[in-house]
Write a protein that binds this ligand. Sequence first.
Ligand SMILES: Cc1cc2nc3c(=O)[nH]c(=O)nc-3n(C[C@H](O)[C@H](O)[C@H](O)COP(=O)(O)OP(=O)(O)OC[C@H]3O[C@@H](n4cnc5c(N)ncnc54)[C@H](O)[C@@H]3O)c2cc1C
Length: 282
Amino acid sequence: MYPPKFDYLSPTTLDEALSALSGAENAKILSGGMSLIPLMKLRLVRPATVIDISRIPGLDSIEDRGSHIEIGAMVRTSDTAGNALVREHATALAEAAGSTADLQVRNQGTTCGSIAHADLAADQPAAVLALGATMVAESTRGTREIAAADFFVDTLTSALEPDEILTRIKIPKGGRSVYRKLGRRGGDSDYPIAAAAVWVDTTVGDISEARIALTGVSSKPYLALDAAASVVGTDGSAEAIAAAASHATDGVVVLEDLYGTVDYRKQLAETYVRRALEDLLA
Ligand SMILES: Cc1cc2nc3c(=O)[nH]c(=O)nc-3n(C[C@H](O)[C@H](O)[C@H](O)COP(=O)(O)OP(=O)(O)OC[C@H]3O[C@@H](n4cnc5c(N)ncnc54)[C@H](O)[C@@H]3O)c2cc1C
């Protein structure tokens, strides 16, 4: 199906894009188009104006900023997956990006687009949650930073205001992380039925800090706080990992859909938290 008619803007500076977004009624940012275009074709989204940010120079780099790395709005998912800085300092994100969809989608879709889209089963949101990332949102009103923990509000709903562009993601260095998932078709390379991203700091020996995030399990990607608390202060023993896994779905409503019942998904969530922790701490 063709999308309804819309105005198409292709600004060449960020200021131009921000002005267009603040002045337009019912406008949408287009980065890679891998989620927006299908939704428009299905007429589930009907923007009056589409603002394509792909021709704005300077948004497509991954930078080392000393204490953190920064991923720009037009960095493609395949570049996130293969980038040496991301692989070293944000392994869970490299793994989540590398297991997203197929190569064509990874080459076209962007990491920031996936985060902004906030699909309940998307891969990369879980990784940025576990990594304690910060989202940088810009509008004509100024710039604000949003912690990943506050960014994912509900299904397809982020903390971005309609006039804001997610211009970059900041990921702090330090610690170690992994991403483990069961894709809908049995492996990686598809939306997860359930997946876990885990980050730990073991610089002092025992686990001094941990974050565990899940996706595909509930109405949004979320941090499993009780699960993470179960391994903090431990050396990552089998008992601590089992305790963490048992809290994987505490406080959330587990989804039931064509891919699995509540019980199956809860079990998967526990299994993937356990596997992620075992692989990370092995
Ligand atoms: C066949 C197929 C398979 C897929 N499989 C997976 C999968 O296995 N795992 C997975 O996680 N995802 C999967 N996806 C979804 C896809 O990876 C991402 O959702 C997509 O790449 C989003 O990035 P984009 O740049 O294409 O965003 P777009 O489609 O351009 O935009 C998506 C939404 O985010 C908004 N947006 C985009 N960029 C910004 C920005 N910088 N600031 C503010 N708002 C913004 C848009 O307005 C729109 O609402 C799949 C998609 C397809 C088509």
